[in-house]
Design a protein around this ligand. Structure first.
Ligand SMILES: CC(C)(COP(=O)(O)OP(=O)(O)OC[C@H]1O[C@@H](n2cnc3c(N)ncnc32)[C@H](O)[C@@H]1OP(=O)(O)O)[C@@H](O)C(=O)NCCC(=O)NCCS
Length: 222
């Protein structure tokens, strides 16, 4: 897949194309992304919701939305991916339809370890977005001092297990049980980005650009 960007960086994000030519835009999540996230969740199948959150839920709800969007980008980092060819269903947002999210959250008491969470909208699955998210997570982790990415997945999650089987992730027998499998991925052994893009540095830059845009634009609801 290809990433392209112009300087000065556009807070809209980094533009790219999957190998099949599908265009996408990626950027760090913003505190104002709550409505977009709730709409994307409403579009997800009950099965995908269950596989992502390990529980059956109808809505994300205000508290969880706040936790997922209002993040420090330091201990908790998150990328959102949008399809620029489809309008967002959220009023006033012109960045395209939100189709995937990946996050990396430092694990308390285990320096150098961060837990990953990822989800791709049902209509966009099996097109390579899962691999893209992993690439972003690995690049972000590598550039920000994370040594191991931890993945918790339900045993029944064939998609996630298939995706992980392509990497050198090692099953963590201490933390796994019959229903939930835990894998630790050493990031330095993975080639994060074929083009040599410093993903972590881009993450920081975009976060900075987006934050300064918000603070200078009184119309943006903070
Ligand atoms: C798991 C998930 C992130 C995969 O994303 P995706 O965009 O569909 O994955 P990709 O298209 O990049 O697939 C890459 C590879 O993973 C494997 N894979 C993905 N989905 C699969 C499935 N349903 N069954 C078997 N293997 C699968 C395949 O090896 C695939 O390669 P291929 O399509 O060339 O055969 C996505 O299915 C998802 O969001 N599911 C619901 C939420 C979830 O399970 N999140 C993870 C919680 S730990």
């Amino acid at each position: 897949m290809k990433f392209t960007w112009n300087l000065p960086l556009d807070p809209d994000g980094i533009h790219g194309e999957l190998d099949d030519g599908s265009p996408f835009v990626i950027r760090p999540i913003r505190a104002t992304d709550g409505s977009a996230l709730e709409s994307a969740f409403a579009r997800m199948s009950p099965r995908s919701r269950y596989l992502r959150f390990f529980s059956v839920r109808e809505r994300l709800g205000d508290d969880l939305l706040e936790m997922l969007t209002n993040i420090d980008h330091d201990e908790h980092r998150a990328w959102v991916v949008a399809d620029p060819t489809v309008p967002s269903e959220v009023d006033g947002s012109d960045g395209g339809l939100g189709i995937a999210v990946a996050r990396l959250i430092n694990v308390d008491g285990e320096p150098g370890v961060a837990e990953a969470a990822l989800v791709v909208a049902d209509d966009y699955q099996r097109r390579g977005f899962g691999r893209l998210l992993l690439e972003l997570l690995i690049g972000t982790a590598r550039d920000t001092g994370i040594e191991f990415i931890r993945f918790e997945t339900l045993y029944e999650n064939r998609g996630m297990r298939g995706l992980l089987s392509e990497l050198t992730a090692v099953k963590n027998d201490k933390l796994s049980d019959r229903e939930v499998l835990v894998y630790d991925l050493p990031v330095n052994e993975e080639v994060a980005d074929g083009d040599g893009v410093a993903i972590g540095a881009l993450y920081e830059l975009l976060r900075f650009v987006a934050a300064s845009e918000q603070s200078t634009n009184p119309e943006v609801d903070q």
